[in-house]
Design a binder for this molecule. Structure first.
Ligand SMILES: Nc1ncnc2c1ncn2[C@@H]1O[C@H](COP(=O)(O)OP(=O)(O)OP(=O)(O)O)[C@@H](O)[C@H]1O
Length: 411
């Protein structure tokens, strides 16, 4: 017997009858990878919504359909993004709250629906992947995302845990613990040299961006594992702009610090056997210096990854406000200085055209147009491919909503 119940809204890209007409009564269509056939259809254009009854074998599902913005004209060049099976990395970043997670999640879903085994990673200390996918993806390990056609996995890096590992490795090799120990041994000169490194203090009061650097180096560590070989697309949902900018210079800084520590460690360990024991020479225990050396290598990989034009692209996400666009311009300038490849600028939450006489909307649209015009004259942004995504009238959460956003955005 058929059952009737309400489910989450499904979305169609336009309020126009043309869009809705595409669904004809006898025409089965695919929703979230399941075949449905349409049995009943009623509209109410005055409230911008309509109801559908969808039949899948016996049960009847009732959906609310909201009409939203017309699709945007500029295309992101998704064909180029999706082509090839060699691994590609997409880092999405921008000002806080502009829709980085929504855009990153929608891109990951689109890659997976196009056959790429995909990994979406959050390195933002304030994770929101679970909220965006409406699935529990926490835990700091690979978690499968239910819904897309090809495998999609999510990884939310726990920055505190990653930082703790780093702190432990470096303390054994010249951080505050060793400094205190050698101070007690009266090794003044070495203590002074260690003082210069200031790594202990750095980890006690980390500068913004350090979490992000360590989280990304943790991802690199994961990528060395065999189970990660299958991913041909890796999408990063990064922390807001400020973090990202500082992050860019951190790998070099940390690489230099770790390099110094390793050199110093070599000098010290040959000086006295007492000091040697501090650095963990016990049998069956991995040498802390090896761990530190690995971390250093990963930092170099992070730095190289950011700058590899063949495999990596940083996509700037913004919204049509003067403040956000100015910030995007500064971000692009810094990324350019650091040789990080950028080709696309996503302008999210653009008000769709409307025939209504809403004064607030008209003012807001004018304001957005002014901001959008800025992009055309901005020396940093004007050369980028600008992709606009409309502001939709409900929150983007869950796979169907991300598919909907992705289909408008990544074309
Ligand atoms: N085009 C859109 N239309 C309507 N709502 C949107 C759109 N894009 C994003 N949102 C909503 O805006 C909110 C913020 O989006 P999101 O979490 O993706 O931003 P963020 O840049 O990742 O934020 P943060 O900087 O806090 O990590 C969410 O509630 C999301 O559903």
């Amino acid at each position: 017997m058929a059952t009737t119940f309400t489910s989450s809204p499904i979305f169609f890209p336009s309020s126009s009858s043309a869009s809705l007409n595409r669904i004809s009564l006898n025409n089965p269509f695919k929703l979230n990878a399941y075949p449905f056939s349409l049995s009943k259809f009623s509209t109410n254009f005055s409230s911008n919504s309509c109801s559908l009854a969808l039949t899948r074998k016996h049960p009847v599902r009732l959906f609310q359909v909201r009409s939203v913005a017309a699709p945007v004209e500029t295309t992101a060049g998704f064909d180029e993004m999706v082509s090839g099976t060699q691994r590609k990395y997409y880092l999405l970043g921008g000002k806080g709250g502009v829709g980085k997670t929504s855009c990153a999640a929608s891109l990951a879903v689109k890659f997976a629906n196009n056959g790429h085994p995909t990994l979406v990673v959050s390195t933002d200390p304030a994770h929101s992947l679970s909220d965006s996918f409406a699935q529990d993806l926490t835990g700091g390990t690979l978690v499968p995302v239910e819904g897309p056609l090809a495998p999609l996995f999510a990884l939310e890096i726990n920055p505190d845990q990653a930082k703790e590992e780093f702190r432990n490795a470096s303390k054994k090799n010249g951080g505050t613990g060793v400094k205190d120990f050698m101070d007690g041994m009266g090794l003044g000169m070495i203590v002074e040299q260690l003082g210069e490194l200031k790594l202990g203090e750095l980890l006690d009061t980390p500068p913004p961006g350090l979490d992000e650097a360590i989280a990304i180096s943790k991802v690199i560590q994961f990528l060395e594992l065999e189970e990660y070989n299958k991913f041909t697309r890796i999408v990063f949902d990064t922390a807001p702009t400020g973090h990202t900018l500082r992050l860019l210079s951190l790998p070099d800084f940390l690489d230099a610090s770790i390099g110094k520590i390793l050199k110093l460690r070599q000098k010290i360990s040959s000086a006295t056997s007492a000091i040697k024991s501090v650095f963990g020479q016990e049998e069956n225990r991995p040498d802390a210096a090896d761990k530190l050396q690995k971390l250093r290598e990963r930092m170099i990989k992070v730095r190289d990854l950011f700058r590899d034009t063949e495999s990596t692209e940083f996509v700037i996400v913004t919204i049509p406000t003067v403040m956000a666009i100015n910030e995007s311009s500064r971000l692009r300038s810094s990324l350019k200085k650091e040789n990080v490849p950028v080709k696309r600028l996503v302008v999210n939450q653009v008000l769709p055209p409307s025939a209504s006489d809403c004064k607030f909307c008209a003012m807001k649209r004018k304001d957005q147009t002014r901001a959008l015009d800025l992009i055309e004259t901005d020396p940093e942004l004007s050369a980028l491919t600008v992709v606009k995504a409309p502001l939709v009238d409900i929150e983007i959460r869950g796979i169907p909503a991300l598919q909907f956003l992705g289909d408008m955005l990544w074309k």
